[in-house]
Each structure stands twice: as C-alpha cells, then as structure tokens.
Design a protein around this ligand. Structure first.
Ligand SMILES: C[C@H](O)[C@H](O)CC(=O)C(=O)O
Ligand SMILES: [Mg+2]
Length: 395
C-alpha cells in the first residue's frame, strides 16, 4: 500500500449555530451543569446560581477543517468560537496551508512561536489545539489509520471510564468505575456552605458501593485553607481526589494543598493549564498526583504526547479532561492513563449521551462504563450536517 503524503490546501474555521457540541457548558436551563456550582465568581452572590450568568458559555464551539490537495478533509471540534476562528483564519492558516500533511511538529512549532507575543496559554492554545487535532484527523484519513494507531497503538483492549455529573449513584449502576461531582458552594458561602458540601458527599457515599470511587470537582473556586478543611472533613469517605481546587496559576497553593490533604486523598489539576512548560511547572513544584490536560485546550495531541511523557517520567497519571474522542484515542495508548473521563451530558445525568452531542455523528460512548474504539480512520467521527456552520472570517 503506498503512503499518501499530500500537502494541505485549505484551513477553515467555523462557528456552530447550535447549543451544546464542544462547548458543553452551553446547555438549556435546568441542566445539572449550570445548577449552583462553585466557581471563582461565587464570591459575588449574583453569579452563584448559574455559570452562564457570568459567561461560561460565551465562546461557543469551534470547528476546524483541514483539506489536503487530494481533497481529503480532516476536522476537529473544540471550544473557542468566533475569537478562535479569527486567530486561525488571520494568523495560524499561513503555517498550515502549503505544508506537508505529515508535518505536524513543524506546523505546531510555527503556530506556537509566532503567537508567543500574545498567546502562550488560554484562547490561543485553544485555537492551536483545534488546528492540531484537525491535522491528526487528516493524517489518519490519509494513512487510512485510526489516530490511536498513529500514536503507537492501544496498550489495552478497552477503556474504562469514570463519570462526571450530578448523580454518581446512577453512574455506578451504568458501570462506571467512579463518579466526580461538582462542588456547589465556595468559601464565600461560609460554614453553612462547607457543611452542605460535606453532606452532599457523605450522602452520595451512602448511596454507592465501597469500591466505587468519588471525587470533587472544585472548578478553581477555593483557597488553600478552605480546600484543606474540606479535604479533612471528607477523610475516610473514599474521596479519591480533590480537583482543580485553586486558580490554575497558583502553583504554590497547589503544592501546599497537596501536602495538606489527608493521606490517600489525591490532588488533581491541569484542565485549564496549557503547554508542556505549564505542566512542567506543575510537576516540578509537586502540585498534583493526577494531571488533567484537555487536549482541545492544552495545545492538541502533538503537545499532549509531550505532557504525558513528562508526567510519566515523574510517575504521575494523566487523565485528560473531557474532550470525547480526542481524549479516547490518546488514553488507550498510554499506561499512565489507566482510565478516562466521561462527562454526563444528559440534563439530569441519568443516561449516557454523546459528550459533544449534537455536533458529531458516530461519537462513541461507553457502554457498561467501557469502550472499545473502532478502527475507523482519523478520530472516526463525522460532523452532523444538521448543525449549521458559519465561517465568520474567511481568509
Ligand atoms: C463539572 C465541572 O464543573 C465542569 O463543568 C467540568 C469539569 O471541570 C470536568 O469535567 O472536570
Ligand atoms: Mg474539572
């Protein structure tokens, strides 16, 4: 079989006129994911009840398409919406169009170096991630290989999952190995809020079996003293980790919290970190036991490979944040990623629905908490033609 190695002819960035999709916080009213969850904005009472009230869903989904000169099209979805589309069309496209489709490292390096003066993390790395994932999808399609095969191949037959959502008890009955709940109250809600946070976990522990692990996702909402108290109040309840307790830049705080938590309770973070140097800082400063890069935000798969290798060398686990197939194809290829996250996107977290619904077709979901990835080329998903795309900044 001859290897096709064409060049990339076009790079296109779209926004999506539909709720949900890759911007999974963009959900209708009444969804568990927007129901009084602690955030950095919880210090302001008027922004406590709804994360949409402070704009968690302002960006929207982004679709990136990369077309090779033989007409093959790779694509990826992530968040970033219109601002990321602008960066891609007006800045990043020049490093992609005309480059060999197999030139992922060089393209990534040029996108990163050329945006350093305004990028480094956040939205720019989100945009770079979208382009990088579209290029991996394209390469897989050109090589007629699934992305997990391009990454070296699976290290296990099937992937096991924990579930994130409001109902770990239901997730247990669906076969997941653990459940992570959103923390509802931040430090500004005082002793009453702390008591409610502890009671919610205690009551969930009573509803699940001893072997089912639980975790708390704090979405950057706490400070070291509060997170330490929370950890100690939860000791003995089978809480496996406290996630993203602090703002992402507080490396010092994470290191202190990791030292403070009771034995056996792990710290995790990294969902809003980006780039191998950001993760190196987390590792060098001993901030966490589990790193949780989001492949749609941290720099894409090209960067995640490096982040994972660094973590592995430090004896740390990498359990990527959400991101559906883009995570699954990676996790199945790495020993230090023994399980994956599944975000429960059903409004009441009472059934398994595709994480990026309705944007993708053929998006696989765990059945009985497990998933065997198909061998379909690329990431193995298609865009749902019923989701209208808009290309706001054609270059
Ligand atoms: C549930 C969390 O607040 C957030 O929406 C998702 C997340 O941080 C995670 O899945 O991890
Ligand atoms: Mg999280």
């Amino acid at each position: 079989m001859s290897v096709r190695n064409p060049r990339i002819r076009h790079l296109r960035a779209y926004t999506v006129d539909a709720q949900g999709g890759a911007d999974y916080h963009d959900q209708p009213a009444g969804h568990w994911i927007d129901d009084h969850i602690a955030t950095p904005m919880s210090v302001y009472p008027e922004y406590r009840q709804s994360r949409q009230s402070f704009g968690i869903d302002v960006l929207g989904s982004l679709v990136v398409e990369a077309e090779a000169d033989d007409g093959t099209v790779g694509f990826a979805v992530t968040t970033g919406g219109e601002p990321a589309a602008w960066i891609i069309e007006n800045h990043l496209a020049r490093f992609v169009e005309g480059a060999p489709a197999a030139g992922l490292e060089r393209i990534w390096d040029q996108m990163y170096r050329s945006t350093l003066f305004y990028g480094r993390k956040g939205l720019v790395l989100n945009a770079i991630s979208g382009v990088d994932l579209a290029l991996w999808d394209l390469l897989g399609k050109l090589r007629e290989q699934p992305v997990h095969a391009l990454l070296g191949g699976p290290v296990r037959e099937e992937q096991v999952f924990y579930a994130t959502g409001a109902r770990p008890d239901l997730a247990e009955s669906m076969g997941f190995i653990g459940g992570k709940m959103p923390l509802r109250h931040g430090p500004a809600e005082g002793e009453e809020g702390l008591r409610a946070n502890v009671e919610a976990m205690t009551s969930m522990r009573e509803r699940v079996g001893d072997d089912f692990f639980l975790a708390y996702d704090c979405w950057m909402s706490l400070d070291v003293p509060y997170a330490t108290r929370l950890g100690h109040r939860l000791a003995g309840q089978g809480v496996r980790w406290i996630e993203e307790a602090l703002p992402p830049d507080d490396y010092w705080g994470y290191a202190e919290l990791r030292r403070n938590l009771p034995p056996g309770m792990l710290t995790s973070t990294g969902e809003h970190e980006a780039g191998r140097l950001g993760f190196r800082l987390l590792l060098d400063m001993d901030c966490a036991d589990i790193l949780q890069p989001d492949v749609g935000w941290c720099g894409g798969l090209t960067e995640l490979v490096k982040i994972s290798a660094l973590a592995d060398a430090h004896g740390k686990l990498v359990v990527p944040h959400g991101s559906s197939v883009y995570s699954y194809h990676f996790v199945i290829t790495r020993h230090n990623s023994p399980f994956a996250e599944f975000l429960m996107m059903a409004p009441q977290a009472d059934e398994v629905v595709p994480m990026f619904s309705p944007l993708l077709l053929d998006e696989p979901v765990p059945v009985g908490g497990r998933l065997t990835l198909p061998d379909t080329p690329g990431f193995g998903v298609r865009l749902n033609p019923e989701c209208a795309l808009r290309r706001p900044f054609q270059h």
